[in-house]
Design a protein around this ligand. Structure first.
Ligand code: NAD
Ligand code: LMR
Length: 331
């Protein structure tokens, strides 16, 4: 049986809990691939991972390989094919009497984690390792990790698949469609309230989604606001940040990367900009992506961008430039 070595940080957290069974069950990597899991947590809670390990064993998956628990990224990252970097502090919790609401606070608290993790993965993970950052602020954390990884053959991504799934769900509800009727959803830019979900280039049954919906007012007000603010709406309603849907989106991203993208579709994640669409090089930016049969990811080129869309893309670009400036000491 083939094997895949998968590292998950923050594995004892909410997203981690929802993620592990789906990584191990055969659903993500296929029924003929053994999944070896290296679970990483901070020393204070690493012992809880033993509970996760026992539960995974009790699921009885044929595809479950080894499960090892770590608090040291260097030890955990040897020979890794996939790293899912979930571990970080979510918005909405209180630290030292201060409620962490703003991404700027998260940048300072979480950015530091990714320096060490990037270095460990760059030195120890496989040359073709894929690294998906889920922990917020995901794009800038990925930039820090990627910079310290110093390993150009590895692929760093930050997750925007949840935003793309949210956008599809809103369109499906509005138009009474199946989710599978909606293709080519792009989330441009940052996984933050400045993200731009693009309905001009998305398609419904082969037609431009914005043309099909034919309600520009809904697209520019309700749709945009709901998708951009969905993370906060869930925190407000649930008292905790999205977990099942975030884990689901991480699985979607891994699957989309592993399989050749169908001709009539693409997927959304943030990758290191190469200057496509005039996005400054050296930002981790949400783009429309395709994957080939070898899991090599490339940016879909030459999509038309309206003046309205360009304004939105400029806004999210500026936010990422500001975030980069805020953590310049970590680069
Ligand atoms: P959580 O608090 O339940 O779990 C986070 C876990 O990470 C904790 O168990 C914590 O001990 C661990 N951790 C912290 N620092 C670590 C480190 N240095 N190494 C290893 N583990 C570490 O939070 P959660 O709900 O699982 O969310 C995790 C992150 O994902 C948050 O930053 C959240 O904002 C983010 N998130 C991103 C998206 C997205 O679409 N990109 C969606 C939802 C949540
Ligand atoms: C989400 O989109 O649900 C997460 O990124 C949580 C947040 O802070 O918005």
């Amino acid at each position: 049986m083939k094997e895949v070595n998968v590292l998950v940080t923050g594995a004892a957290g909410q997203i981690g809990y929802a993620l592990l069974t789906r990584l191990a069950s055969g659903e993500t990597f296929g029924p003929d691939v053994k999944v070896n899991l290296n679970l990483v947590e901070v020393p204070q809670v690493v012992s809880r991972l033993e509970g996760s390990r026992m539960e995974l064993e009790d699921c009885g998956f044929n595809t479950l390989g080894t499960v090892k628990n770590f608090s040291d990224m260097n030890e955990a990252s040897g020979d890794i094919d996939w790293a899912l970097l979930v571990g970080s502090i979510p918005r909405g919790i209180t630290i030292n009497g201060k409620k962490i609401e703003e991404r700027a606070d998260l940048l300072k608290i979480n950015g530091g984690i990714f320096t060490e993790q990037g270095k460990a993965l760059g030195e120890n993970a496989k040359a073709d390792a894929k690294i998906l950052v889920v922990g917020n602020p995901a794009n800038t954390n990925a930039l820090i990790g990627c910079t310290h990884g110093k390993n150009e053959s590895q692929t760093w991504m930050a997750m925007t698949a949840l935003d793309a799934n949210r956008a599809k769900a809103q369109v499906a509800n509005k138009c009474n469609l199946e989710i599978s009727d909606i293709k080519k959803m792009t989330i441009w830019g940052n996984h933050s309230p400045t993200m731009y979900p693009d309905l001009d280039n998305a398609e419904i049954k082969g037609e431009s989604a914005s043309g099909w919906i034919n309600d520009q007012n809904w697209i520019e007000s309700d749709f945009l606001r709901i998708v951009q603010q969905r993370g906060k709406a869930i925190i407000d309603a649930r008292g905790a940040s999205s977990a099942t849907s975030a884990a689901n989106a991480a699985i979607d991203t891994v699957k989309a990367t592993l399989s050749e993208t169908p001709e009539d579709d693409w997927f959304s994640a943030a990758v290191l900009s190469d200057g496509s669409y005039n996005v400054p090089e050296g930002l981790i930016f949400g783009f429309p992506l395709k994957s080939d049969t070898n899991g090599k990811v490339s940016i879909v080129q030459d999509l038309p961008i309206s003046d309205y869309a360009q304004d939105k893309i400029n806004l999210t670009t500026q936010e990422l430039l500001d975030e980069k400036n805020d953590i310049k000491d970590l680069l």
